[in-house]
Write a protein that binds this ligand. Structure first.
Ligand code: AMP
Length: 210
């Protein structure tokens, strides 16, 4: 968990390598549906572009389907879900059905100014979802993905006005979710300021695999 742009996707990739379980990013799944022009993609495109949240009912279907796939049997890293109190209930139900319990909820924290700066410079690969930054992680060849050679783009929701809206949505809807996991004794807070490698070091330590 953490504000948009705090580094959830980057750090989830680190955890995926460390733990050998899939990284399930609901944002990536939704963006891929938009890119592919599926029925789901057509339904959610304008919501994603505006920085609002997709409905809990739709997310219920999407997450139950994804977590029911074979590669998730040994566990998974959730990135961007749950984001509302209703989604906490959805996840509780899905985990119960799968007979899995949650190990921990990690929340990455950084000051809002740093978040806005990071999001403004973020560029992503629309094909393989690799994330770059104009100042801190530029690709070898400007505007081109190192991993797959596709042209990099700025996410439609990474403009300043939409960023502010997304931060508001996070404060209103998702911060209470962190509190729920704190009450359950599952919340671990990770300082996400500084370079990605340093943040990864803190996270690995918290996971118990430094
Ligand atoms: P992210 O890549 O996690 O920042 O997600 C991008 C966008 O996808 C969000 O601004 C929402 O519009 C949508 N989205 C992703 N995850 C969820 C979720 N758990 N619930 C509702 N909407 C979501």
């Amino acid at each position: 968990m953490g504000m948009p742009g705090v580094g959830k996707g980057t750090q989830a990739t680190v955890l995926r390598e460390l733990l050998g379980v899939p990284h399930v990013s609901t944002g990536d799944i939704l963006r891929e549906a938009v890119r592919a022009g599926t029925a789901l993609g057509r339904r959610v495109k304008s919501i994603l572009d505006s920085g609002q949240l997709v409905s809990d009912d739709l997310m219920r279907e999407l997450i139950a389907e994804r977590l029911g796939q074979d590669d998730a049997r040994e566990g998974f890293i959730l990135d961007g879900f749950p984001r509302t109190q209703e989604q906490v209930k959805v996840l509780d139900g899905v985990l119960e059905q799968l007979h899995i319990s949650m190990d921990a909820a990690y929340v990455l924290t950084a000051p809002e100014d740093e978040i806005v700066r990071r999001l403004g410079g973020r560029r992503v690969c629309p094909k393989c979802s690799e994330v770059y930054h104009l100042e801190t992680k530029s690709p070898a060849s400007a505007g081109v993905c190192d991993a797959c050679g596709s042209a990099l783009v700025q996410r439609a929701d990474d403009t300043e006005a939409v960023i502010r809206d997304r931060l508001r949505v996070y404060a209103e809807q998702t911060m209470p979710v962190a509190e729920t996991y704190r009450e359950r004794g599952l919340l671990r807070e990770i300082d996400a300021t500084g370079p990605p490698d340093e943040v990864a070091g803190r996270l690995k330590k918290a996971v118990g695999k430094p």
